[in-house]
Design a protein around this ligand. Structure first.
Ligand SMILES: [Zn+2]
Length: 94
């Protein structure tokens, strides 16, 4: 992944954790990253809020059971353990 003006500076970044990472990915490239499909069909994971199993298919996605917002940054999207959870009280700006 090459460097770009939206990545790697300021407070948020692709290696942030938790809600900070979710917000970073949500805003990256004007929101284009958030809805981009994760390569290879997505990442199988379980919800960090309610424990339901689901597949994160875009870099920002919601648990189908509880609506919990999860995100992974593109440079780390090869490993489900890098998925970050925004927290139960987080609601996305959409
Ligand atoms: Zn859930």
């Amino acid at each position: 992944m090459s460097e770009c003006s939206s990545c790697g500076n300021g407070t948020g970044g692709p290696f942030s954790e938790g809600r900070e990472l979710v917000e970073f990915v949500s805003k990256a490239h004007g929101g284009a990253v958030a809805t981009a499909p994760i390569p290879n069909g997505g990442l199988k994971t379980h919800c960090h809020g309610c424990g339901a199993k689901f597949t994160l298919k875009t870099f920002v996605g919601k648990c189908p059971e509880c609506g919990g917002v999860h995100a992974v940054s593109p440079p780390r999207s090869d490993d489900p353990s890098n998925i970050q959870f925004a927290g139960k009280d987080y609601s996305s700006p959409e």
